[in-house]
Structures are given as structure tokens and as C-alpha cells.
Design a protein around this ligand. Structure first.
Ligand code: BDP
Length: 329
């Protein structure tokens, strides 16, 4: 027979303030499903797994986390939708795909908005980073912004070297799913095509696209370096942070103490990923070079200049925020 309380007993325990703890005790074990497109061992995956282990220990096993790496829960766009609905509880995604959902985050997604990675890190670690997490949490997106991660600089990989904008003419370059990125590539001189991460390998192989752009760890671990590209041109056109978010559906079920733990371990995950990230960039840069990928150093000023209209278009409503970002030293 299911456990039920008669009305009078319920009234009694309610008045004694016992219902909440009783119910909480009865239904509080939960397993958070976490999604990442990257394979096991990738810094982002490792940092979220570690957050999960800490949460499990601190809650005496009440809250567990199960990581689903390698894109098994879907492409990032679908993962965001599933997280909004509560079917996935934690999503580690590129901030790039959140732009269409929470437009304000596009300020961080803009070409050349950060001077370099150090600048980006200072912004995400500081008050502006916190504010943007809050903006996401308070938006109608039903997502709670938990923390940021590094994703280095995104650089072009193609069959022919790209030294100047003219070299991109007629080249179909895969970009992440956000009109801002397609505009960016078009402004840089190529033809931006938006595709999900897991589709890039075969699109390169079959010639549906001529190239793509990403950081060294992703270029290597996705095997895209084996699908045709020979040159990795250091355009550094995008420095997009990663983000991890929790479904509001599950956040609303957490107690204040549990939320504090999630916040604390999220910040630690942000820092843990960073240390792993730096090692990973060094490691995969070496591996790409060893595999015969040629790294091409260029003056990226022409690309910076050409993308000014993109910053003007997407930054129009956020000039104050753009100014504050530029002032972070
Ligand atoms: C990688 C990000 C990942 C994106 C991927 C992409 O870590 O979240 O899905 O780029 O280009 O750098 O889609």
C-alpha cells in the first residue's frame, strides 16, 4: 500500500512544520543528467564530472550527476531545448548557441570583442561575468547560468592557407548555429554555413564545406583534422567562452543549501577547467603539428576591420556593456 497520510495527520504534521522535511526526505535523491559534445577526458567534461562528485559527497549521495559526453544527448541546439524543458539538467555548451535564446549574451560572442584570452578570462571571472550569468538566469529561457569555461581562440582550418580576406573568397566555412557567426564569416570574406558540431567531420570529408574554425583541442579531438584541412590559420577572430547552465526545472527543486553548494562547486569547476584547458591547448597544438597540420601566423587586423559592421549590428543595443568590457584591463 502506498505511503499516505490521513488528512488529520497531515494537518497535524503540517502545523508542526514537519511536512517539508518528510517529503524532502522521501523524494530527494536525484541524478542530474549532464550533456557535453566533447569526448571523455576533455577538460570541460572532466570539470563537470568533478563538480558532480563533490555534489554527491556534500549531499551524502542525495544529488548525483551522470555525464553524457560525446554528443550522445544531441547537438548543442537540442541540448539547450532539452535543458529548458528539464529533460537534461546540466548543459555544458558554447555560449555561441545561447545567443539566439538570450540575445544579450551575443556581446561575448562578437568577433574580436576580447583583446585576447587573458582579457576574456578577466571579464568572465569578474562582475561582468557574474552579471551575464544572472541575466541568463533571470531571462525567460528557464536556464540558470552556473559558470564559465575557457575555449581559447577560434582559428580557421582549410585545405589552402588563408593569409588575407581575399583567400576566403568562395570558401564555404562552417560556423556555429547563430546568425551572428554566419555574418562574421561573410564579413571576413568567406561564405558562412551553420552546422552542428557533430556534422562537421563528414561535411569536410564530402566537400559540403571547405573549412571550419575552432580551437586546437576541438580540431584534434573531433578528428576534423583528418577530414581534409591542412592549414590552421591563426585568425583568432572569436574568443567565445563556454558556459554551463542548469535547467530551471531542477533548480527550483533545490533547497537554498543545495543551491549554495551548486554555486560553490560551479566556481571551482570554472577554475579547474582553466588549468586543464591550458595543458590541453599545448598538448593538442603539438599533436596537430605532429599530424602535419601547418600553423599559419598572420596579421589579423584586416579581419578585425572587416568585422566592424558585425559588432555595430549586434552590439547596437549594448554599447554600454561593450564599453565596460573594453575597459577591463
Ligand atoms: C567547441 C565548443 C563546443 C561547440 C563547438 C562547435 O567547445 O561547445 O559545440 O566548438 O564549434 O569549441 O560547435
Amino acid at each position: 500500500m502506498p505511503f499516505t497520510l490521513s488528512k488529520s495527520v497531515r494537518a497535524l504534521v503540517a502545523s508542526a512544520g514537519l511536512v517539508a522535511p518528510l517529503l524532502a526526505g522521501a523524494q530527494s535523491t536525484m541524478t542530474l543528467k549532464a550533456a557535453d559534445v566533447h569526448p571523455p577526458g576533455y577538460p570541460n567534461v572532466v570539470a563537470i564530472e568533478s563538480l558532480g562528485r563533490k555534489l554527491e559527497a556534500a549531499t551524502q549521495g542525495r544529488i548525483k550527476l551522470q555525464m553524457f559526453p560525446g554528443g550522445v544527448l544531441g547537438a548543442e541546439k537540442e541540448v539547450v531545448e532539452q535543458t529548458q524543458l528539464g529533460a537534461i539538467q546540466i548543459a555544458r555548451i558554447s555560449l555561441g548557441v545561447l545567443g539566439p535564446v538570450v540575445p544579450e549574451v551575443n556581446v561575448f560572442n562578437m568577433p574580436f570583442v576580447f583583446r585576447d584570452e587573458a582579457h576574456m578570462r578577466q571579464v568572465i571571472d569578474g562582475p561582468i561575468g557574474d552579471e551575464l550569468l544572472e541575466k541568463i538566469s533571470n531571462s525567460p529561457a528557464k536556464l540558470i547560468g552556473l559558470g564559465w569555461m575557457d575555449s581559447g581562440t577560434r582559428n580557421l582550418y582549410t585545405k589552402k592557407p588563408v593569409r588575407k580576406p581575399e583567400d576566403l573568397k568562395g570558401q564555404k566555412i562552417r560556423m556555429m548555429g547563430n546568425p551572428l557567426f554566419v555574418d562574421t564569416m561573410n564579413a571576413m570574406g568567406g561564405n558562412g554555413i551553420s552546422l552542428g558540431h557533430t556534422e562537421v567531420y563528414s561535411a569536410l570529408q564530402t566537400g559540403v564545406i571547405d573549412g571550419a574554425e575552432n580551437n586546437p583541442p576541438t580540431f584534434f579531438t573531433s578528428n576534423q583534422y583528418q577530414a581534409g584541412p591542412k592549414y590552421y590559420t591563426l585568425t583568432k577572430h572569436l574568443i567565445i567562452p563556454e558556459i554551463f547552465v542548469m535547467s530551471k526545472v531542477v533548480w527550483d527543486k533545490l533547497s537554498p543549501e543545495e543551491r549554495t553548494l551548486v554555486r560553490k562547486f560551479s566556481r571551482e569547476a570554472q577554475m579547474e577547467q582553466r588549468a586543464l584547458w591550458d595543458k590541453s591547448v599545448a598538448e593538442y597544438t603539438g599533436k596537430l603539428k605532429a599530424a602535419g597540420i601547418e600553423f599559419v601566423e598572420i596579421d589579423n587586423k584586416p579581419f578585425y576591420d572587416l568585422t566592424a559592421p558585425v559588432r555595430a549590428k549586434y552590439g547596437a543595443n549594448y554599447t554600454e556593456l561593450m564599453k565596460r568590457i573594453a575597459e577591463v584591463r
